[in-house]
Design a protein around this ligand. Structure first.
Ligand code: ATP
Length: 515
């Protein structure tokens, strides 16, 4: 199966099993907006809990807030979003399709990388055992030529973006002979800046004065509450404030399912530190966050860091945690050292003193900030794409199984009476009652047991408990494990303990690196 096929199947599967639906589908959907169904919402809530508890429970110096989506419009002037939250866009005159100019160049660079890898693979085949990869990469003329050109283009793009030189950006696209994937032509317009914030109006006043924005990030809700939380929580630096909430961006190109949406959810934590110590904290947080991802158990090789070449206007260090999606390595989380840019600017724009008196050093200062910012939806997509597996079973049958880590699986346990009679349903219902206060449990008595297992595999339920005739006499049941399909007989009275052990989030938390 190609990665493209895998991705198509994943999207179809997400819909068929109630994870993700296109928004307002009966009206043909709304571009880049999605709804979470009965399974999707459980998965999403579990991911949020995994993040929230990893922040607020595992660190006694991190607390949470829940700020409003609407904020005073001055907030977005102070943050730089009104002036600079733009993406450079370019249109192809033949296809009438619109692209992000920087993304076109990044895709071109990815193609050069693929060409280099192909050269390496060809040589590996040719030289066999004797192949010295490092030497080949540093000497083969074709590889050197490709890498040099790629590096030249990368530097040119960084310079164009940093200087906001749109004409230079266009020259790069033309120079690389990038064609529109739809029309195949190079008939490009000028590059223009496009602001990504959604506007709406508040209250009944007439035009203009009452414009408010839908927040494009949750972080500003934390900054404007810095003093409130610091004072009322008697927080001492270093400390963090965490928040989960919706954010909105009028993305130019919204493709790739829930990877790039116009309405999405973020989990952000701002960690306030003493000036001068930010790079040390930045390095610590990047490791902690990587370990949070890896604790999910999808394989360490699926993740990598991508350090930023072009730093945002507010940052002095930044890296992305990238995950290997079916469409390549892409960002799921950013870790940014935001300096004192935000608090400093809010101080300036609001006229309120936003400072911290450090009892240790005896000075007052505007704290520096390390931000960790992760998309809930991209994490859902990460989990679904890593978990989706098609398997051939003995006997020729096939199954689709979502190998979602047990702790975040939407349904933890399915309780299945072998037949719909002889008192088995009653026993099964009792088991549901025994477990339902602690876990999300499903009862299912319809169809053959094999079909019921397949249904649970398809939504990623880690445990199926089957009640059979023997259960009536010996007060035992079988537990079937999703991944191995192994079955074991256990006493009913032991079920709460066994289930808790297998599905507890503790297993994930224990793998996260301490700060
Ligand atoms: P990209 O470069 O992909 O546009 P970004 O660098 O603008 O992302 P940030 O502003 O750092 O993203 O936002 C932090 C996180 O929020 C991202 O790592 C991502 O997980 C999530 N995110 C950002 N934009 C979107 C979107 N349009 N849809 C879904 N998630 C998003």
């Amino acid at each position: 199966m190609t990665q493209e096929e895998l991705f198509r199947k994943l999207i179809a599967h997400s819909k068929e099993y109630g994870f993700i639906f296109p928004s307002s589908e009966i009206y043909d959907g709304l571009s880049a907006v999605y709804d979470y169904g009965q399974m999707g919402v459980e998965l999403k809530n579990n991911i949020k809990k995994y993040w929230w508890d990893a922040m607020t429970k595992l660190h006694d110096n991190i607390v949470g807030i829940d700020a409003a989506i609407f904020m005073h419009p001055r907030t977005w002037e102070a943050s730089g979003h009104v002036g600079a939250f733009n993406d450079p866009l370019i249109d192809n005159r033949d296809s009438k399709k619109r692209y992000r100019a920087d993304v076109l160049v990044e895709e071109w660079m990815a193609r050069q990388d693929e060409k280099i890898e192909k050269e390496v693979e060809k040589a590996r085949k040719r030289f066999g055992e004797a192949f010295d990869e490092a030497q080949f990469r540093s000497t083969a003329p074709r590889v050197l030529e490709l890498s040099a050109r790629r590096e030249q283009v990368r530097l040119a793009m960084v310079a164009a973006l940093t200087d906001n030189d749109l004409e230079a950006l266009r020259r790069i696209i033309v120079g690389c002979e990038i064609v529109c994937p739809i029309s195949g032509t190079r008939n490009w317009t000028e590059v223009r800046q496009f602001n990504l914030m959604f506007e709406t109006r508040m209250g009944a006043a007439a035009h203009g004065a009452n414009i408010v924005y839908l927040r494009p990030e949750t972080a500003q809700g934390i900054f404007v509450n810095f003093l409130n939380v610091q004072k009322t929580g008697r927080m001492k630096i270093p400390f963090g404030i965490a928040q989960i909430g919706k954010a909105f961006r009028n993305e130019i190109v919204a493709r790739q399912f829930i990877f790039r949406m116009r309405e999405f959810e973020q989990m952000e934590m701002q960690f306030f530190v003493r000036p001068g110590q930010e790079i040390d904290w930045f390095n610590r947080w990047r490791e902690v966050r990587m370990s949070w991802h890896r604790a999910l158990g999808f394989g360490d090789e699926k993740y990598r860091f991508h350090d930023h070449d072009k730093l945002a206007h507010y940052a002095n260090a930044a890296t992305d945690v990238e995950f290997q999606f079916p469409f390549g390595f892409k960002e799921v989380e950013g870790v940014h050292s935001r300096t004192d840019f935000d608090l400093g600017n809010h101080q300036k724009f609001s006229g309120k003193k936003i400072q911290y008196f450090d009892p240790e050093s005896g000075e007052s200062y505007v704290p520096y900030v390390i931000e960790t910012s992760i998309g809930v939806d991209r994490t859902v997509l990460q989990v679904l794409s890593a978990a989706y597996t098609e398997e051939k079973l003995d006997g020729g049958e096939e199954r689709v199984v979502l190998r979602i880590p047990a702790a975040i699986a939407p349904v933890k346990v399915a309780v299945l009476p072998l037949v719909k009679k002889d008192g088995l349903p009653e026993v099964a219902r009792n088991i549901v009652d025994m477990l339902k206060f602690d876990h999300n449990v499903q009862y299912d008595e319809k169809d053959s047991i094999g079909k019921r297992y397949r249904r649970q595999d398809a939504i990623g339920t880690p445990l199926c408990i089957t009640v059979d005739h023997e259960s009536l006499e010996s007060r035992t049941v079988t537990i079937r494990h999703r991944d191995t399909m192994a079955q074991e007989r256990v006493p009913m009275a032991e079920l709460p303990r066994i289930v808790e052990e297998l599905v507890s989030m503790r297993r994930l938390f224990e793998r996260i690196k301490p700060l």
